[in-house]
Ligand binder design. Structure first.
Ligand code: NAI
Ligand code: MG
Length: 400
């Protein structure tokens, strides 16, 4: 078979290190690919006025599959101040390259798995009915609609006449908000479309079917946010009836979910939500399985086939300059495993996942986060594995 081409976008800070270590792991596992570097991040904003250069967009269009580390993002005014002097006051505006990438490639499906790795000292522990500590096994995939809803960017402060008058056609707006002076009014919309709502819900059903689960959980708030959350719940209920009769739909409000997930996280396997609630619920579950050193994600468009795999953590600038990198590469490595599964390279994916599971279970190699240390450069002298040593331990398991 022809070698695959993967676009690698290390980005900023620790994104560079964790991606480099992940490529070593992929190599050691025998995954044959050609990697093409894609520029993204702060350096390109500062020097070119664009954190997602056109040449990177072309690479993504052409090769479709990408591994992404992390980028540094800063508020607009800070970004403007750090632009190279030659580009100052030339009308450049900073936009997050992640959001741009999502919008440009319409990466509407976001999958965020949270699975317990046995032996991880960061796993969530609760008390059982007899007061004894117990460690529930978390195995959940969160399907987050990635392009619409509250992050859709349709918002105003001091809305103009057209917008204001349109709002005034709604009785609730007239009754509850007409008193507010317009310059003091901020409006962010929450738009759901049937097309994209159906796509995320269908992705959740298909995953449930593949894994043999008999339930998906819609995590929204349809009793209050009737139109949008209501659309997602109804879409799921209809799809269950018409297309996935063996899979039922459970309706759990986002606020209640924040409570249930520490009481009985093992009750959930497939969760589907809009953009913001999906963001929230996936971070909350990630906290139960070890947090940022372990949380991974995939975003893709099923039609174009463009798919980007990444850890959910950022560039952690305070750790980026360490002579010996201390951050945990597992989130990035497991993101690459998701990529392999997406590419149907299941055998290699399985071996890497097993190597990670074995290293964590054995407990001889633990990054500073797993030892609950503060992330100082000194942690390697306190027994914490460096980024490289963790990757080496995983590679050693692959070769054992
Ligand atoms: P962050 O995720 O970069 O770091 C927060 C803290 O989490 C770190 O200080 C560290 O204690 C811990 N951490 C993160 N990754 C870790 C790892 N692999 N192993 C062990 N510990 C880890 O978030 P922060 O500090 O809020 O943002 C830093 C920069 O990253 C900002 O510029 C932000 O905009 C950007 N960011 C980028 C994201 C992306 O590229 N997808 C996502 C989140 C933030
Ligand atoms: Mg988040």
């Amino acid at each position: 078979m022809a070698k695959r081409t993967i676009v690698t976008m290390p980005g900023d800070g620790i994104g560079k290190v964790v991606l480099e270590e992940t490529l070593r792991v992929l190599d050691a596992a025998g995954f044959e690919a050609e990697y093409i570097h894609g520029d993204i991040g702060w350096e390109f904003w500062c020097n070119e006025g664009n954190p997602l250069p056109d040449r990177t967009i072309e690479l993504l269009k052409k090769h479709k599959i990408a591994l992404f580390g992390a980028i540094t993002s800063k508020p607009k005014d800070k970004a403007a101040a750090e632009l190279s002097p030659a580009l100052q006051d030339k009308g450049y505006t900073y936009y997050s390259p992640i959001v741009s990438m999502r919008q440009m490639f319409d990466l509407d499906i976001c999958m965020r798995p949270c699975r317990t790795l046995p032996g991880n000292p960061l796993n969530f522990i609760r008390r059982g009915s007899g007061g004894q500590p117990e460690e529930p096994v978390v195995d959940v995939m969160i399907f987050r609609q990635n392009t619409e809803g509250l992050y859709g960017g349709v918002e105003w402060t001091n809305p103009d006449d057209t917008v204001y008058n349109a709002l005034m056609t709604h009785k609730k707006f007239r009754d509850n908000f007409a008193w507010c002076p317009r310059p003091e009014l901020a409006v962010s919309t929450r738009i759901f479309t049937k097309k994209y709502t159906s796509r995320i819900v269908r992705a959740a059903f298909e995953y449930a079917q593949k894994r043999g689960f008999d339930k998906i959980t819609v995590c929204e708030k349809p009793n209050v946010i009737r139109e949008t959350s209501g659309m997602m719940l109804k879409t799921a209920q209809e799809m269950s009836k018409n297309e996935f009769p063996g899979i039922r739909v459970e309706d759990v409000n986002i606020d209640a979910m924040m409570m249930w997930l520490t009481k009985n996280p093992e009750n959930y396997n497939v969760i589907v939500a809009g953009n913001m609630f999906g963001d929230i619920v996936s971070d909350a579950f990630a906290g139960l399985i070890g947090g940022l050193g372990f949380a991974t994600s995939a975003q893709f468009n099923p039609e174009s086939g463009v798919a980007v795999f990444e850890p959910t953590h950022g560039s952690a600038p305070k750790y980026a300059g360490y002579e010996t990198s201390i951050v945990n590469p597992i989130a990035m490595i497991l993101s690459a495993v998701m990529m392999l599964e997406h590419l149907n390279e299941n055998e290699i994916a399985g071996r890497i996942r097993k190597a990670v599971i074995d290293v964590v279970a054995e407990g001889n190699t633990r990054a500073y986060d797993m030892l609950k240390l503060r992330g100082t450069p000194d942690v390697v002298n306190q027994g914490a594995a460096s980024t490289r040593r963790m990757a080496d331990a995983i590679i050693a398991k692959l070769k054992a």
